[in-house]
Structures are given as C-alpha cells and as structure tokens.
Design a protein around this ligand. Sequence first.
Ligand SMILES: *[C@@H]1O[C@H](CO)[C@@H](O)[C@H](O)[C@H]1NC(C)=O
Length: 228
Amino acid sequence: MKTIILATVLLVLLLNPTSSVTIYENGEPGDFDFYLFVQQWIYSYCGEQTCIGSKVREAFTVHGLWPENTDGSYPSFCSGPTFSSSAISDLLTELDYDWPSLTGPNTDFWTHEWSKHGTCSITGPITNQHSYFQTGLSLYDKFNITQAFEQKDIYPSSYKTYSPDDMIDAIDSVYGGKPALQCQSGDLSTIAVCIDKDTLDIMDCPYLSGWTCSGDITWPSSDNNNSY
Ligand SMILES: *[C@@H]1O[C@H](CO)[C@@H](O)[C@H](O)[C@H]1NC(C)=O
C-alpha cells in the first residue's frame, strides 16, 4: 500500500506541469495578474542574432508589454481587432526609434506583439491598440534603465562585470520595484519591470522561471567585438 501511494506521489510530481510555462491561446483579454514590461539591450541581442546594422546602437529598446501570471502562465492571441498602423499613426516616429525590430520590418514586429500580447492586455487603463502602444512608450520613458544604472555607477563595459543583485537593487532603489533579468552567454540581454495592471505602477517581480542570470555578468558596450 505504502509503495502504491509513494508511486502515485512520484507520478504526480513527474507529470506536474508547473515547471513548464503554460500559454493560453485565445485567452480572455484582461485575464492575467500583471504586466511584464520588457526592454532588450541591443548589443547583447545582436551579439546572438543577425541584426540590421543601421538599427544597432548602444541602448535598451522596448521588446514588449506582456500580460503575465504569477505562476508563469500567460494568455496570448486573444480576440480583438487586427493590427492597424493607422490606429497609431501619431506614435509611429517614436515607435520606430524606441520599439524597433532589430531583425526585420518594424510593422511585422508590432503586428506580432499586438496579436500575441496586446489583444490580451485590454483592461483597466489600456482600452485599445492606441493606448497599448502609447503605454509601452510612456513606460519606456518612465523606467529608463540606463539612467537608473548610471545613478548607481553601473556603466556598459566590455570588461567590467556586475552581480545581478547589484543591478536589480539599482533599479529597485531608483524606481521602487525589483526587476527580472535575462542573460545570454553571461551578457545582460533583457530587463523586465513588473507593472500593476490597474495602476500601471511598478511592483516587485515575483519569481519568474527563465528569468535569472547567474554569476557575475557583463553589460556589454559598443567597444565589444560582437559579430553583427
Ligand atoms: C535614458 O537615460 C539616458 C542616460 O541618462 C539618456 O541618454 C537617454 O536619452 C534616456 N532615454 C530616454 C528614453 O529617455
């Protein structure tokens, strides 16, 4: 009997899907816990893939505003209008610079971000496609990662290393919320700040699977020999 119970417990543990991320396709708009506002460091991103040379600069740019749940699942591809450039025509100049695709046409990237994440983000202060993209742009102005790091003497460098905790604490002390970091080959590649879905204020990110950097990391600068 004990063996059967033990075997059952083991089987349940093995089959438990909590370690993998669940994506709810055709989810319900607004049915999530908070937003991840994700910015990518171009030098790291383009060290790993082929970028369009003219778009490469030493900066964080917006990757996306993603609805997320504390258990790591998230809704995607909710019902809603398809992407329309004309709905955001007054934002296009800013979007081109702040929210670019580094590998292809910007409108393809925005179409993807809108249909996968934006359609599920319509809730509270975000009421339509225009306010979705406008919110992304205003969060980008508000949570200036480079500026927060500068205030804590953290600068891009090809030889200096920093501890992930020092970087998290820098953002936390300047903006009042702990971000989540991602690295590629020891380089800081992505930073997400967590955003309250009702107030659009920053909050501490919960533990997020796949969002950890281990050991001391580099925040690479333009004097790197990256291969784009
Ligand atoms: C962020 O701060 C840096 C450094 O202070 C500045 O150069 C940059 O223009 C700022 N970016 C935005 C979007 O305000």
